[in-house]
Design a protein around this ligand. Structure first.
Ligand code: BTN
Length: 328
């Protein structure tokens, strides 16, 4: 309800009486008062004047990053309608899986300001300091076969690319399969995990970490990582970023579900691919080889043209692809 009160006060821009809030949300005056107190604790300036009601005094410079703010600005039909926000959590992926086990619905979103045990791919960690970045995990309960789930990582990469462009005005690209690249450097990581029972998907969790505030990266990342603030020279609003990603994902996922393939997103994905038409080195455990990246197929495999003109389909799970002259 805090999110709903916040969006109502923001929309009205004038005094809203306690009575009106009670009626609108079907709750008692005490419940309204408690929600207002909670919002104040989160740092919102809400003035109360007798016989007039409540008014929100906004400071546009201040970043509010909390559950009420996210809920009040979420412009989706089903994604993130159920939303959990934590100041600190071990890992949003781990929490989303716990919620998945407890029956949380399709589209549940878990967001944290800080993670104490953030997880990266290949068993690595994901450094997750407070007040700096975006860490979220989306829980889905798709009905398709488990072997299709790997494509979801490409779907969300496409949505993130669109959202980053919309929010920052920067040109964003995708380095297949799921790195979002701005100014030639990586701004995020995606970790998709799945629970399967009797060969059916119980749930999938898609975890996203985005570098937002300017920061010192660990030595091994310094060359290839960048924060969005650094890339665009202004402070990026984390709530706006998350809400834009959710809106874009809702659209992209619905397109994906129509054929349970990337058919509907393929050309848009390829247009954004930074390594399309470039020479790449495929780090296949069976042997490294080079070729020209030509695009993706409907299942999200990378099409690599070999020197003899044949096309090889590269599955993301098995290999990594590097640019010949650097990260991209
Ligand atoms: C990678 O190694 O590139 C993937 C990193 C994914 C990090 C995100 S942060 C939010 C979510 N929770 C986690 O523990 N990991 C993912």
């Amino acid at each position: 309800m805090q999110g709903e009160i916040l969006s109502l006060l923001r929309e009205k821009k004038t005094y809203v009486s306690g009575q009106q809030l009670c009626e609108q949300f079907g709750v008692s005056r005490t419940a309204v008062w408690k929600a207002i107190e909670q919002l104040r604790k989160e740092g919102y300036q809400i003035r109360a004047v007798q016989n007039k009601g409540y008014i929100l005094v906004e400071d546009k410079q201040e970043e509010h990053f909390n559950g009420a703010e996210l809920a009040s600005r979420m412009d989706t039909r089903w994604a993130a309608k159920k939303l959990f926000f934590y100041d600190t959590i071990d890992s949003t992926n781990t929490e989303a899986k716990r919620l998945g086990e407890e029956g949380a619905p399709d589209g549940t979103l878990v967001v944290a300001d800080m993670q104490t045990a953030g997880k990266g791919r290949r068993g690595r960690g994901w450094i997750s300091p407070a007040h700096t970045n975006v860490y979220f995990t989306l829980l889905l309960r798709p009905r398709f076969a488990p072997d299709k789930a790997a494509m979801l990582t490409l779907v969300i990469a496409h949505s993130m690319c669109r959202a980053v462009e919309e929010v920052t005005g920067l040109e964003a690209g995708i380095k297949w399969p799921n790195d979002i690249v701005v100014s030639g450097k990586k701004i995020c990581g995606i970790l998709t995990e799945m629970s399967v029972e009797l060969n059916e998907i119980k749930y999938v969790v898609i975890g996203v970490g985005i570098n937002v505030r300017e920061q010192e990266f660990p030595e091994e990342l310094r060359e290839k990582a960048i924060a969005l603030d650094t890339a665009c020279g202004t402070r990026v609003d984390r709530t706006r970023l998350i809400t834009a990603i959710m809106k874009a994902f809702e659209e992209d996922y619905e397109k994906f579900l129509q054929t349970v393939s990337l058919e509907g997103l393929q050309s848009s994905y390829e247009k954004r691919m930074v390594n399309c038409g470039k020479e790449v080195c495929v780090l296949d455990p069976k042997g490294e080889y080079r070729g020209i990246a030509r695009g993706i197929n409907e299942t999200g495999e990378l099409l690599v043209e070999l020197p003899d003109g044949t096309i090889r389909e590269v599955y993301a799970g098995e290999v990594s692809v590097r640019g010949i002259y650097g990260y991209v």
